[in-house]
Design a protein around this ligand. Structure first.
Ligand code: ZN
Length: 182
């Protein structure tokens, strides 16, 4: 319905342009246009047309940041069956990463020095008695220690945002943290 309205507006606009007589432009017309464009703000702040997203794994804002969907990610292996892609967003100690966890694989047990939000984008995982699937968000903080396990079958892909580095107790985890910057 919205698209129809836009199409109608375009058609009307086009028809109006067709019948308007050309007029001589004033000398400062270009300056006026540029001033109006400046007042409208940067192009990136203007509303974007919705793109079809039915088959996409990532939601539109994420696709915009990455410049594509899941198939355009260059993953970095950080452990057996676990890959990550750090995203260049955040700041102030907040970091965001995409995690790819093979079906049936567990993430090393870890605690948190800050808060951790994990949004499931594909597949699912279990954390103790709790189950998370696409669209679910898990919250964890300093009071929680866990080792989520991806459901068997398809890989689990998550967007994880942390306000401070994770805390690993085991030697393996601490080594991994130093080497792969998780
Ligand atoms: Zn965690």
């Amino acid at each position: 319905m919205c698209r129809d309205a836009v199409a109608t507006a375009d058609a009307v606009g086009g028809a109006v342009l067709d019948v308007i007589e050309p007029v001589a432009m004033s000398a400062d017309a270009l300056d006026n246009v540029m001033a109006r464009l400046d007042a409208a703000g940067p192009v990136s702040e203007l509303p974007r047309p919705a793109k079809p997203s039915r088959d996409a794994v990532f939601p539109e804002p994420l696709r915009r940041i990455i410049g594509g969907d899941v198939d355009s990610i260059r993953w970095r292996t950080i452990g057996a069956g676990v890959k990550q892609k750090r995203l260049d967003i955040g700041g102030n100690g907040v970091s965001a990463r995409l995690l790819w966890i093979a079906g049936g694989t567990g993430v090393l047990e870890h605690g948190h020095q800050g808060e951790e939000l994990t949004l499931v984008l594909a597949g699912g995982f279990k954390d103790g008695a709790e189950a998370f699937v696409r669209g679910d968000v898990e919250f964890a903080d300093g009071s929680i220690k866990h080792s989520p396990v991806a459901d068997p079958g398809e890989p689990c892909i998550c967007l994880a945002v942390t306000s401070a580095p994770l805390k690993f107790d085991g030697l393996l985890g601490r080594l991994a943290q130093r080497i792969v910057d998780i």
